[in-house]
Design a protein around this ligand. Structure first.
Ligand code: FAD
Ligand code: NAG
Ligand code: NAG
Ligand code: NAG
Ligand code: NAG
Ligand code: NAG
Ligand code: NAG
Ligand code: NAG
Length: 530
C-alpha cells in the first residue's frame, strides 16, 4: 500500500515536473556554460543579434522584439532562442550540447543559415542556436588533393581558398557563395561540376561529428553507416558535423562560359523542350542549365529562358560540340568567354568583372526578400505546351523563378543506395521553383505561397511519381513534418521517402543507434528505428 502510494506520488511528481517544465533563462544557461565547464573560453556567449537569415517571414531576434515567424503549413510561432552561441572551439560546442541536454532545451545548428524553411534557427520548443560562423578554417593539401573544411565555412570561402592555392583544382558544389558547407554537404549539393564529378556529398571522404554525448567521431570511429548517412541524409538528425574532408576535382586552367537568352514564345518553348533530352546526354564536360524567370523592365514584365553553361575546355572544342549536339541554340564563338574556374563561379552569380573577394561575402544573396521554394525531378521530357502554360503563369507573378539543372554523367553512375541522395539514374533533370516577395507580412506570404502550390499542382503529371521526388537541400515543409519527439517511422515516411526513397529506412536505423533519445531533432529530422 505504502509502496503503491509512493509510486503514485512519484508518478504524480514526474508528471508534475514534466508539465511544469519551464525552460532555463538565458542567465541560467550562461551560468551552466561558465560554471561547470571551466575549460571553455566563452568570451561572450550572450549574443542575440537581429542578424538572422531570411525565411518565409523575417524573424527578428533582437533583444527587444518578440519573434514571430509563421510557418504557414505548420502554423507555429517560433520561440525566441534562449541564446545564440558562436563557439570559438570544439570544446565550446561540446559544452553547449551538454548544457542543452542537462537543462532540457533543443539545439539548432547553423552553418550558412540558408535552410529554405529556417530549421537552423527556428523552433517550437525552447532552444539555443549553435552558429558555426567562427569555425570556418579550410586546409588544403595538394599532395593528396583534399581539403579539411570546417562546417562554418561558406562555398565562396572554399572556392576562393582553392583558387588562391591552385589554378587546376576546384570543388563540385552549389552556385551561391554564401551557402554554408555544413548544411550543403550534408544535404547533397548540386552545382556546375556535378555532371563530371557528382554532388558535393559524393566527394566527401571523411567527416568529424560531435554526437549527443559530446564525443568526436571520424569516419573510422563512427563506422560506414553513419558516415553514409551524413552525406545526403541531413546531418542535423545525427549531431554536429565539425569538419569535412573533401576530395578536390581537377579542372583545366581555362574553362568556357556562355549565356543564351530567349523570350517567351513558341521558339523558346521548342528550345527548352529540346534541351530536356539533350542536356542530360551531353558530354560530361558540359553543363547547360535553364533559368525561367520574369524580370522587370520599367513597367514591362519580361518572361524568358536563360541557358547558362559551363564547359570544361576551350571555345574551339565547345563550338563543334554544340553544332553537333544542340544546333538549335545557334551558339557562336563570340557568345562565349574563356576564363578560370573561379571566374566561372562569379559568372554563374552574375558577378563577372567584380573583385574575387565578393565570394567571401557571407551576406551575398537576394537582400530583403522572403521566399518559398519547392523541387521536382523529371524523368521524361514534358510536352512543349507545359512551357507555354508555365510562362503564362509567370506573367501573372512578379518574381517567380524556375531553375532546371541537368543530370546524367557522374550523378547517374552512382547507385541509388550508395548515398542517401537517391535521385540518380533515370532522372533527366531537377527543378527548383522559387517565388520571392519583399513585404514582410503574413497576407503577402499566403498569397505567394498559394501561387507556388498551384504551380506545383499544375506540374504534377509531368514529374517523378510514387513517390514524387524532392531534394532535401530545397527543404519544403509542405511535404510533411514531425509532430513532437515521438514521430514514428511510419508517420514520417510520407515526406521521408520523397527525399530519400528506400534509403529512409536505413537512415532511421542509423539514427536509432547514434541518437537513441532523439535529442537532435527538428520538424524534418529522421525518426528512430531500432
Ligand atoms: C541563395 C541560395 C542558393 C542556393 N543554391 C544552391 C545550389 O546551387 N545547389 C544546391 O544544392 N543547393 C543550393 N541551395 C540550398 C542549400 O544547399 C541548402 O539550403 C543548404 O542546406 C544550406 O546550408 P547552410 O549551411 O547554409 O544552411 P543552414 O540553414 O545553416 O543549415 C541547413 C540544415 O543543416 C543543418 N546543419 C547546418 N550545419 C550543420 C552542421 N555543421 N552539423 C549538423 N547539421 C547542420 C541545420 O541545422 C539545418 O537543418 C541554395 C540556397 C540558397 C538560399
Ligand atoms: C554545476 O554542477 C554542480 C555539481 O554537479 C551542480 O550542483 C550545479 O547545479 C551545476 N551548476 C549549473 C549552473 O548547472
Ligand atoms: C578540460 O581540460 C582537461 C585538460 O586539458 C581535459 O582532460 C578535460 O577533458 C577537459 N574538460 C572538458 C569538459 O572539455
Ligand atoms: C554579436 O555578434 C555580432 C556578429 O558576430 C557582432 O557583430 C557583435 O559585435 C556581437 N555583439 C556583442 C555584444 O558582442
Ligand atoms: C504574430 O503575427 C501575427 C500576424 O501578423 C499577429 O497577429 C500576432 O500578434 C503576432 N504575435 C506576436 C507575438 O508578435
Ligand atoms: C493557425 O491556427 C489557428 C487555430 O487553429 C487558425 O485560427 C489560424 O488561422 C491559423 N493560421 C494560419 C496562418 O494558418
Ligand atoms: C598531405 O597529404 C599527404 C598524403 O596523404 C600526407 O603525407 C601529408 O602529411 C599531408 N600534409 C599535411 C600538411 O597534412
Ligand atoms: C516517447 O516514447 C517513449 C518510449 O515509448 C516514452 O517513454 C516517452 O514518454 C514518449 N515521449 C513523449 C513526449 O511522448
Amino acid at each position: 500500500m505504502r509502496e503503491l502510494a509512493l509510486s503514485l506520488f512519484l508518478l504524480f511528481l514526474v508528471k508534475w515536473v514534466k508539465s511544469d517544465f519551464s525552460p532555463p533563462t538565458r542567465e541560467q544557461f550562461q551560468s551552466c556554460l561558465l560554471t561547470n565547464h571551466s575549460n571553455s573560453t566563452f568570451k561572450n556567449p550572450i549574443n542575440l543579434t537581429n542578424h538572422i537569415p531570411y525565411s518565409r517571414v523575417y524573424t527578428d531576434f533582437s533583444e527587444s522584439s518578440s519573434p514571430n515567424s509563421s510557418f504557414l503549413n505548420l502554423n507555429f510561432t517560433s520561440l525566441k532562442p534562449i541564446l545564440i552561441i558562436r563557439p570559438n572551439s570544439e570544446t565550446e560546442i561540446r559544452t553547449s550540447i551538454l548544457c542543452s541536454r542537462k537543462l532540457g532545451v533543443q539545439v539548432r545548428t547553423m552553418s550558412g543559415g540558408h535552410d529554405y524553411e529556417g530549421l537552423s534557427y527556428l523552433s517550437q520548443s525552447p532552444f539555443i542556436i549553435i552558429h558555426l560562423v567562427n569555425l570556418r578554417s579550410i586546409n588544403i593539401n595538394l599532395t593528396d588533393e583534399t581539403a579539411w573544411i570546417q562546417s562554418g565555412a561558406t562555398l565562396g570561402e572554399l572556392y576562393y581558398k582553392i583558387a588562391k592555392t591552385s589554378k587546376i583544382h576546384a570543388f563540385p558544389a552549389g552556385v551561391c557563395p554564401s551557402v554554408g558547407v555544413g548544411g550543403h554537404f550534408s544535404g547533397g549539393g548540386l552545382g556546375t561540376l556535378m555532371r563530371k564529378h557528382g554532388l558535393a556529398s559524393d566527394n566527401v571522404v571523411d567527416a568529424r561529428l560531435m554526437d549527443v554525448k559530446g564525443r568526436i567521431l571520424d569516419r573510422k570511429t563512427m563506422g560506414e553507416d553513419l558516415f553514409w548517412a551524413l552525406r545526403g541524409g541531413g546531418a542535423a538528425s545525427f549531431g554536429v558535423v565539425l569538419s569535412w574532408k573533401a576530395k578536390l576535382a581537377r579542372v583545366p586552367e581555362k574553362v568556357t562560359c556562355f549565356i543564351s537568352q530567349h523570350p517567351m514564345g513558341p521558339s523558346m518553348n521548342k528550345l527548352v523542350h529540346r534541351w530536356q533530352s539533350i542536356g542530360p546526354e551531353l558530354d560530361e564536360d558540359l553543363l547547360i542549365r535553364v533559368i525561367i524567370d520574369n524580370s522587370h523592365e520599367g513597367n514591362q514584365r519580361r518572361v524568358k529562358s536563360t541557358f547558362q553553361a559551363l564547359f570544361l575546355g576551350g571555345i574551339d572544342r565547345l563550338i563543334p560540340l554544340m553544332n553537333q549536339k544542340f544546333p538549335e541554340l545557334g551558339l557562336r564563338a563570340q557568345d562565349c568567354s574563356e576564363m578560370s574556374w573561379i571566374e566561372s563561379t562569379m559568372f554563374f552569380n552574375w558577378k563577372t568583372g567584380q573583385p574575387l573577394e565578393i565570394m567571401l561575402d557571407r551576406n551575398l544573396r537576394f537582400e530583403d526578400q522572403y521566399y518559398k521554394a519547392k523541387s521536382d525531378f523529371v524523368q521524361k521530357p514534358m510536352p512543349e505546351n507545359v512551357f507555354e502554360e508555365v510562362t503564362k503563369m509567370f506573367l501573372e507573378k512578379e518574381t517567380p523563378l524556375m531553375i532546371l539543372e541537368p543530370f546524367g554523367g557522374k550523378i547517374s553512375q552512382i547507385s541509388e543506395t550508395e548515398s542517401p541522395f537517391p535521385h540518380r539514374k533515370g532522372n533527366l533533370y531537377n527543378i527548383q521553383y522559387m517565388v520571392k516577395w519583399t513585404v514582410n507580412n503574413v497576407e503577402e506570404m499566403n498569397k505567394h505561397v498559394r501561387w507556388m502550390r498551384s504551380l506545383y499542382d499544375y506540374m504534377s503529371p509531368y514529374v517523378s511519381k510514387s513517390p514524387r521526388g524532392a531534394y532535401l537541400n530545397y527543404r519544403d515543409l509542405d511535404l510533411g513534418a514531425n509532430k513532437g519527439i515521438n514521430t514514428s517511422f511510419k508517420a514520417a515516411r510520407k515526406w521521408g521517402e520523397r527525399y530519400y526513397k528506400g534509403n529512409f529506412k536505413k537512415l532511421s536505423l542509423v539514427k536509432g543507434k547514434i541518437d537513441p533519445t532523439n535529442f537532435f531533432r527538428n520538424e524534418q529530422s529522421i525518426p528512430l528505428l531500432f
